[in-house]
Ligand binder design. Sequence first.
Ligand SMILES: Cc1cc2nc3c(=O)[nH]c(=O)nc-3n(C[C@H](O)[C@H](O)[C@H](O)COP(=O)(O)OP(=O)(O)OC[C@H]3O[C@@H](n4cnc5c(N)ncnc54)[C@H](O)[C@@H]3O)c2cc1C
Length: 402
Amino acid sequence: MEQNWAGNVAYQAREVARPRTVEALRALVAERSRVRALGSRHSFSQVADGPGTLVSLEELPDEITVSGEQVSVPAATRYGVLAEFLQERGLALANMASLPHISVAGAIATGTHGSGDTLGSLSTAVTGLELVTASGGLRRLWRGDPEFAGSVVALGALGVVTRVTLSVRPSYEVRQQVYVDVPWAELVGDLWSVFASGYSVSVFTDWAGPAQVWVKSLDAVTLPFEPADGPVHMLAGESVAAVTEQGGVPGPWLDRLPHFRLGHKPSAGAELQSEYLLPRESATEALTRLRAMSPRITPLLQITELRTVAADSLWLSPAYGRDVLGVHFTWKLDVPGVTALLPAVEEALLPLGARPHWGKVFHTTRVAPLYPRWTHFQELRAHHDPDGKFTNPLLDHLTTAP
Ligand SMILES: Cc1cc2nc3c(=O)[nH]c(=O)nc-3n(C[C@H](O)[C@H](O)[C@H](O)COP(=O)(O)OP(=O)(O)OC[C@H]3O[C@@H](n4cnc5c(N)ncnc54)[C@H](O)[C@@H]3O)c2cc1C
């Protein structure tokens, strides 16, 4: 059977179906008793798996259409492909994740995000959804519909999304400048100014030594840190051919906002990832606690990335109702080691209001208290999927946890 991108999840599903038309997809969903939609398989958690049929939409027609300030894309479209399509028409997305390889439907289903004080997660660009329901019907939802805010970050639990409508804006240029050897105390002392210094800012740390700051800005900005003297990969030893253009040279948004280039391997490949999104007011305390855990964290870590994400109103979004700092860990591919460490990381972060990223590895099952609209989401599921066609073991655990 197939596995996820990182190879840490071997899918339990009995089959992977690849329908070529929406009609065939609808018939398949109506017929099968258990169905999970599969994106580009980049999640590290068990969120995409299921015990019955996995459905890949990669062979559905791939037509992208633009109407005014909206683009309608087939669910399996990868962000990198969409970005090139938009750029050719003088259009752009407001933000991208670190990699352009992921599918639109898979990313928005988990609240995937980039960085930016004023930028919401990729899910916040969604203005419309078309999805196949449990009975094989086709349902369309638009921003403003009462159920919309519960249906975007939906973990595949409300049906198989076939098309997504996203808001777009005119194309723009971005500069990317990397600063190295940034002293930790200086960084933390001025954390919010650093994040406010650009359109999209990422900080990389190993929790022991100095940090790197990657600033993606619309105009030329200079931070009081040491600029890198050439291209930099955030992971020591990885090829700089994989990272997007740096050095403060202005260029198209799609060639600067993701850290990685589409035709290259993103990140390390042999890795696990976890991420916790914390309300800004808890961020400094979270960083202090994690820095104190460095002797346990650093040996298992490849790199940590810190990013900011603006608040939104999507019920299961980790940024629901609050501006957040995302504390991300790219771990070594040491499943027992990471599994043993995560409870301690969560003991430090969950009491501070952290919510785990749905698509990355986490330990807790007690997510319900973290989401004010959790019960409403369960009501949506019960209404649209009364027989549990779209559920999976992870969702079952999260739903039944005390
Ligand atoms: C190298 C790397 C870098 C990453 N960088 C970032 C980052 O910068 N920011 C960030 O937030 N995350 C990041 N991630 C995590 C990743 O973006 C998320 O896990 C995302 O959900 C993956 O999308 P996917 O298309 O691979 O979906 P999958 O992992 O295949 O599926 C994810 C979820 O989406 C659902 N889904 C997929 N397609 C559909 C559909 N058609 N209808 C309904 N539900 C659907 C699945 O059922 C599942 O629940 C990274 C992952 C990797 C491997």
